[in-house]
Design a protein around this ligand. Structure first.
Ligand code: ZN
Length: 224
């Protein structure tokens, strides 16, 4: 009797891969249409996630014993949840993440790299969670930090009340960005919209310096 060869369960690429520009980051990621070898479903997936072996099925096999020796690490569930809400339409949080173009950077598709970062950066205190600094950008070492609930709640409250804590910088609901402006001769000069408070404050300071305005800079306020 002929022995049956073990079937290769790696998702099968259908056609060519393509580069897709990320709306907010401007970075391009390679995607492909894949066929799940477990259930036959076709789905679009980051090509690197298949290549790195991070994604082994369309999601139908999650939790069914895929092992790479990292599952017991305390940061593994955080990595897993991050990947899940960004890459899997079945995730209840997908509409807030993957569907909005929030991605996990290529480096972090490999759980080992994320865990290395987490071990080096975590403050070793309880009650902190993985937080994205700029809510419009994805998960990457540049845009992530560990923040406690208070920091995150304060950030949300600031947005709700349109306040940044800085003069001339307020949250603009229409664009979902921080608006910087400065009062010049009884008129408000609008400088621009920025993703973070920090960028808006910096832009306002630059504007004051460039236009030689008599206004105080944000750094002067902080000294008071
Ligand atoms: Zn499947």
């Amino acid at each position: 009797m002929e022995e049956e060869l073990e079937k290769d369960m790696t998702p099968k690429l259908i056609g060519e891969t393509w580069l897709q520009k990320h709306k907010q980051e401007g970075q391009r990621y390679r995607y492909g249409l894949y066929e799940c070898q477990y259930c036959g479903r076709e789905w679009e997936c980051l090509a690197t996630a298949i290549k790195n072996g991070v994604t082994k099925s369309c999601g139908c096999q999650r939790g069914k014993g895929f092992k790479h020796g990292l599952e017991s690490n305390i940061f593994y569930p955080i990595w897993n949840a991050m990947i899940y809400r960004c890459n899997n339409p079945k995730s209840t949080g997908y509409y807030k993440y993957g569907a909005r173009g929030i991605t996990v950077c290529e480096d972090w598709l490999n759980p080992k790299n994320f865990i290395d970062w987490a071990q080096a950066s975590h403050p070793n205190i309880e009650g902190v969670t993985l937080d994205r600094i700029d809510n419009d950008k994805g998960y990457s070492p540049d845009n992530c930090r560990w923040a406690d609930k208070t920091t995150q709640v304060i950030n949300q409250r600031m947005k709700k009340n349109n306040t940044s804590g800085y003069v001339g910088v307020s949250y603009h609901k229409g664009t979902g960005r921080w608006s910087a402006s400065v009062g010049v001769k009884y008129k408000k000069a609008h400088i621009g919209y920025y993703s973070t408070i920090k960028e808006a404050v910096q832009a306002r300071d630059n504007y004051i310096i460039e236009n030689k305005l008599p206004h105080k800079l944000s750094t002067d306020y902080q000294k008071d």
